[in-house]
Design a protein around this ligand. Structure first.
Ligand code: NAP
Length: 246
């Protein structure tokens, strides 16, 4: 039963994160919608969640900053007294060919996309280990599996998430906690909106199912991985990509 469980979704204010918040909300899960800068988007997501009859809060924190992350998880405990689900979804891109990539572009992407996952998971586990239950879902990417020109920083972070997922899945399995990753392909959000039409066409030609993904495609996979039906699944990478990684 998912009703009355408590979830944190990082970067839950827009894009894939918003679809995850709403999918969990529809199941009766209480959701903390984390955002970094776009409060308006987070408030819109909360409104939509409430329209569905769901319960939630918005919370500003940069996932790469340790103190902010710790305070966020303390807030969840003060508010709801437990934590059942963490979805590490927050992520950024700073694309550049490696030869031109500034060390700041490298650091920003690794800090948000990989260090952020480390910090949030560590804080969540402090709660989940005591509870002896929990579900952690890390949003990786097809780029972490295949690489991509101009994304050495992003590919490293997303591949790192896969190693992290498998290591932590082994560490916490005996305490009833599962840790899984999802590797989305090309999903229609602001992150992919910025790509040129030529680039989009090139990617589309490579997708066997012949369409880009919707945020809801990823949210459906999250919903499955947090369900009772997925209780025997841990340490996997679930591709949600229309076959792009084949
Ligand atoms: N779109 C795709 O095709 C695709 C494919 C594979 C994987 N992914 C992954 O899926 C996840 C969501 O992507 P998206 O397409 O929905 O991206 P998006 O529309 O650009 O949204 C990014 C989200 O991450 C949040 N965020 C960024 N930096 C943060 C930080 N330091 N602390 C807290 N939150 C932060 C943003 O918060 P604000 O709203 O406050 O800025 C926003 O909610 C990312 O991890 C991305 O790498 C996306």
């Amino acid at each position: 039963m998912l009703k009355d469980k408590v979830a944190v979704v990082t970067g839950g204010g827009r894009g894939i994160g918003r679809a995850i918040v709403l999918a969990l909300g529809r199941e009766g899960i209480k959701v903390l919608i984390n955002y970094r800068g776009k409060k308006e988007s987070a408030l819109e997501t909360l409104e939509e969640l409430k329209k569905l009859g769901g319960e939630g809060e918005i919370y500003q924190a940069d996932v790469s900053v340790e103190e902010e992350v710790e305070k966020m998880f303390n807030f969840v405990i003060e508010k709801w007294g437990k934590l059942d689900i963490l979805v590490n979804n927050a992520g950024i891109t700073k694309d550049n060919l490696l030869i031109r990539m500034k060390s700041e572009e490298w650091d920003q992407v690794i800090n948000t996309n990989l260090r952020g996952v480390f910090l949030c998971t560590k804080s969540a586990l402090k709660i989940m280990l005591k509870q002896r239950s929990g579900r952690i879902i890390n949003i990786s990417s097809v780029v972490g599996l295949k690489g991509n020109i101009g994304q050495a920083n992003y590919a490293s972070a997303k591949a790192g998430i896969i190693g992290f997922t498998k290591a932590v899945a082994r560490e916490v399995a005996s305490r009833g906690i599962t840790v899984n990753a999802i590797a989305p392909g090309f999903i229609k959000t602001e992150m992919t909106d910025v790509l040129s039409e030529e680039m989009k066409k090139k990617v589309l030609d490579e997708i066997p199912l012949g369409r880009f993904g919707d945020p809801e495609d990823v949210a459906n996979a999250v919903k499955f991985l947090v369900s009772d039906e997925a209780s025997y699944i841990t340490g996997i990478v679930l591709n949600v990509d229309g076959g792009l990684a084949i």
